[in-house]
Design a protein around this ligand. Structure first.
Ligand SMILES: Nc1ncnc2c1ncn2[C@@H]1O[C@H](COP(=O)(O)OP(=O)(O)O)[C@@H](O)[C@H]1O
Ligand SMILES: [Mg+2]
Length: 337
């Protein structure tokens, strides 16, 4: 499989400024060194509790935000040279034709769309940035995009507030695919929608992925959504990836205790399973001062001295299944979902 993106020790620390001298006193380690390969055509799910750095990861990858350090290597589809986009200026990215290739769709289309713009202009905006089209041509292209996402020409001259949440998300998707992207970060794209509408949007995203050959990074805290849509899943905890594997493997034999805890939160109809549930205690520690050693050690029922002292690496266990836990092999034997 061909890589589209390669993240190397990518970090994003937000400075915390305080005092009359406006000095930096600390930093929020939102994203604290992740290594990740994303393959062309896959849907990579990303899960983890609120505040663990999922949105930051998406924004830093596509350069809506600048990373603090680390690298993001973009591999072009044709046999062009790989480019490190972590340090490229936005103008250089545009010139190299990379800007439009990386897009993002947010959870709440109501806030990511200008309420005073007509749908036609919302979708035209990214297209105008890339190519010059006559008004007729532009309108045809926008109509085509609307039809692709299940809307129609009759929606061109309406404002966002005239649509339902699901329809607004369709408009956001149309805007994201308007400039023929290769990679889209979908940040909780269905979390604000009614359950019945969620399924429609998920099916639309799946259809578009297939038809347009897209690669997705699908961020959600909803595990069943990830199970439905992703080929692989990365589990994040406090700015780090703690486990990554094929979706099947994550759900059938998770190796990290945190993944176990997340999966235990999914209601299982079988009463026999209840005794094996692992309930997480304590709050997520602050990303201002993450715990030493393994970041999960303050909440982990399997904690040992080693876990408090040394940070575990994200290591391959088998077939691309990686976990960052000192006790992964013992846990694999003990915990059965
Ligand atoms: N612009 C910002 N300035 C300071 N801190 C931020 C900013 N954006 C996010 N954070 C902090 O970074 C951490 C990760 O946030 P985020 O990436 O939004 O997590 P998630 O999407 O997983 O909920 C949180 O502690 C959040 O408060
Ligand atoms: Mg988020």
């Amino acid at each position: 499989m061909k890589k589209i993106l390669e993240l190397k020790n990518l970090k994003k620390h937000y400075p915390v400024i305080s005092g009359v001298l406006r000095r930096q006193v600390n930093s929020v380690k939102a994203l604290d060194g992740i290594d990740l390969d994303i393959y062309r055509g896959e849907c990579l799910g990303m899960v983890g509790e609120s505040g663990c750095g999922k949105t930051t990861t998406g924004k830093v990858i596509i350069r809506l935000q600048d990373p603090t350090s680390g690298h993001t290597i973009y591999h072009p589809e044709s046999n062009g040279l790989p480019a490190d986009i972590s340090s490229m200026s936005r103008r250089a990215m545009k010139k190299a034709g990379i800007r439009g290739k990386l897009q993002m769709v947010f959870q709440d289309p109501a806030t990511s769309m200008n309420p005073r713009m007509l749908v036609k202009h919302i979708i035209a905006e990214p297209i105008r940035e890339q190519v010059r089209l006559g008004s007729r041509e532009l309108e045809d292209r926008i109509t085509g995009l609307l039809e692709l996402v299940g809307l129609s020409k009759s929606h061109l001259l309406r404002y966002p507030h005239e649509f339902s949440g699901g329809q607004r998300q369709r408009i956001a998707v149309a805007r994201a695919i308007a400039v023929n992207p290769e990679f889209i970060v979908l940040d909780e794209p269905t979390s604000a929608l009614d359950v019945s509408v969620q399924a429609q949007i998920l099916n639309l995203l799946r259809k578009l992925q297939k038809e347009l050959g897209l690669t997705y990074l699908f961020i959600t805290h909803h595990l069943l959504v990830v199970k439905y849509i992703s080929n692989r899943v990365a589990v994040m905890y406090l700015g780090k990836i703690v486990e990554i594997a094929d979706t099947r493997d994550i759900f059938s034999h998770p190796l990290h205790p945190y993944t176990h805890a997340l999966l235990s939160g999914i209601p299982v109809p079988d009463a026999e399973h209840k005794s094996r549930r692992m309930i997480l205690t304590g709050d997520v520690p602050s990303p201002l001062n993450p715990p030493d050693g393994c970041r999960f050690h303050t909440r982990c029922p399997f904690v040992t001295d080693q876990c408090r002292k040394r940070e575990p690496l994200l290591e391959t266990v088998q077939d691309g299944h990686k976990a960052a836990c000192h006790r992964k092999s013992e846990i694999q034997k003990q915990l059965v979902l």
